[in-house]
Design a protein around this ligand. Structure first.
Ligand SMILES: [Zn+2]
Length: 455
């Protein structure tokens, strides 16, 4: 049998950790895609899932670690197609090491970093340098998006062929839309050559204007300039039509409004290759949660109306939304402490995604645990990566979760270098205790007890 590839995709970078040798004893192994849901001794040998054995069957290895899995769940680790690692340029907010440590703590084995850094990732040299740095520093597998346009200025395409050869996993101007329809059309034509997804932040900057939150009754009451739902939906409509024209493939980032979902549904029915993602904060919060003008809840796209939130949840359940992405967006505290209108947009999310969604959607019975796990790993399929799996023979990309453990967001600080989290102070249920990525243990909660088995 040939060795399984260590990473989910050849273009992903990760620093080499020691291959894991561990047994998670008496754990519920849940992998909805592989059809696995059983209590077992989950055995990892040399970084590969070797068996899902009968509990207590003596399949425990003669060396390595034994982890108590009773009352806990092991699931495929999560894949986040949309994070900001702020490197290069704002390493005071996040760097590759701290960002991927936050990812590991949240149960993620793979993240994709956006290109809106300083400088923008628009050259093969910078992209290659980042991948080399990630090979040394990244705890979990990292892919890098390359910019669609030079400097993300929206008027001239980057050299997509060179960037694809240098290991870009997708193209995105995230943070900004591709303003020119002509340039977007050219980007879709280039896709025939490189084959990588175009990952799109859909916004019409003229409609957003100086808006700081969703335009609706709450923004009127607060007297804060609003961003209408149409700002996202008109750009999404343009891009699905261009994708149809050029027979291209696009992925819409952080979909926030019911109208945008209607456009995705319409485009899919016409056979357009469009996928989309939603963030935990858009699923769980709405514009009413901004009434206190807490800048940790200022993001782009903004938290929409309660009706939009309901539509997003329905679309997640129905499968219209392909995957969950955090849009992890670290910001310096002093910048977030500015008045609401002036503060930068974004919330961190890697460390709270699973627990927040589990607490507010799975515990009340709105979403099944299996669907949540499936949607937190589906970002892999969207980007053409292999999906993490618990199937024997798979490289260990898994996390162990205690579903009953309660914790308060921020009580022990964050692994991320930034603390601007929209759920700060919330009491949540469900804690990631251990994460493996590319076959190595990359995270273990302080609370977890392990015992070494003598060789
Ligand atoms: Zn964005």
């Amino acid at each position: 049998m040939s060795e399984p590839a260590r990473t989910l995709h050849p273009a992903l970078a990760v620093s080499e950790g020691a291959p894991a040798n561990l047994t998670i004893a008496g754990v519920r192994a849940l992998d909805p895609v592989a059809g696995i849901d059983q209590v077992c001794d989950l055995v990892v040998r040399d970084g590969v899932v070797s068996s899902l054995a009968e509990p207590g069957s003596g399949a425990a290895p003669d060396s390595g670690e034994v982890v108590d899995g009773s009352g806990r769940v092991a699931v495929p680790a999560f894949v986040d197609p949309h994070v900001h690692l702020r490197t290069p340029g704002r390493e005071d907010e996040e760097d590759i090491e701290s960002g991927t440590r936050a990812a590991a703590a949240g149960g993620f084995c793979c993240v994709v970093a956006m290109a809106n850094t300083d400088p923008v990732v628009d050259s093969p040299e910078l992209l290659s340098a980042l991948r080399r740095r990630a090979d040394r520093e990244a705890r979990v597998q990292v892919g890098f998006a390359a910019a669609v346009t030079v400097g993300q200025r929206g008027d001239r395409l980057t050299d997509t062929t060179l960037l694809a050869d240098a290991g870009a996993v997708c193209f995105s101007d995230d943070g900004l839309p591709v303003r020119s329809a002509r340039v977007m059309r050219q980007a879709l034509q280039c896709q025939r050559l490189h084959g990588l997804p175009l990952v799109l932040h859909e916004e019409d900057p003229d409609l957003s204007g100086e808006g700081a939150m969703h335009e609706g009754t709450v923004s009127v009451r607060l007297g804060v300039a609003g961003i209408p739902w149409a700002s996202e939906a008109v750009m999404a409509a343009r891009d699905v039509l261009l994708a149809e024209l050029e027979d291209g493939r696009i992925h819409l980032q952080h979909v926030s409004s019911a109208r945008t979902l209607a456009i995705v549904e319409w485009a899919r029915a016409r056979g357009v290759a469009v996928t989309c993602e939603v963030t935990p904060h858009h699923l769980l919060l709405c514009d009413e949660d901004v009434a206190g003008l807490d800048t940790a809840r200022k993001m782009n796209p903004p938290l929409r109306s309660a009706g939009d939130r309901t539509a997003l949840r329905e679309a997640l359940r129905s499968g219209l939304i392909d995957c969950i992405a955090t849009d992890h967006a670290p910001h310096a505290q002093e910048e977030k402490e500015a008045p609401f209108e002036e503060a930068p947009m974004g919330t961190t999310g890697l460390e709270t995604a699973f627990a927040a969604l589990y607490t507010d959607l799975v515990v009340p019975g709105e979403l099944s645990l299996a669907t949540l796990v499936e949607k937190l790993t589906a970002g892999a399929s969207v980007l053409g990566f292999e999906r993490p799996s618990l199937k024997p023979g798979s490289v260990a990309n898994l996390c162990l979760v205690d579903l009953d453990k309660e914790w308060t967001v921020g009580e022990n600080g964050f692994e991320s270098r930034s603390a601007n989290n929209a759920f700060l102070g919330r009491r949540l249920r469900g804690k990631v205790l251990l994460t493996t990525s590319a076959g190595a243990v990359v995270w273990r909660d302080r609370s977890i007890l392990m015992r070494e088995v003598a060789a």
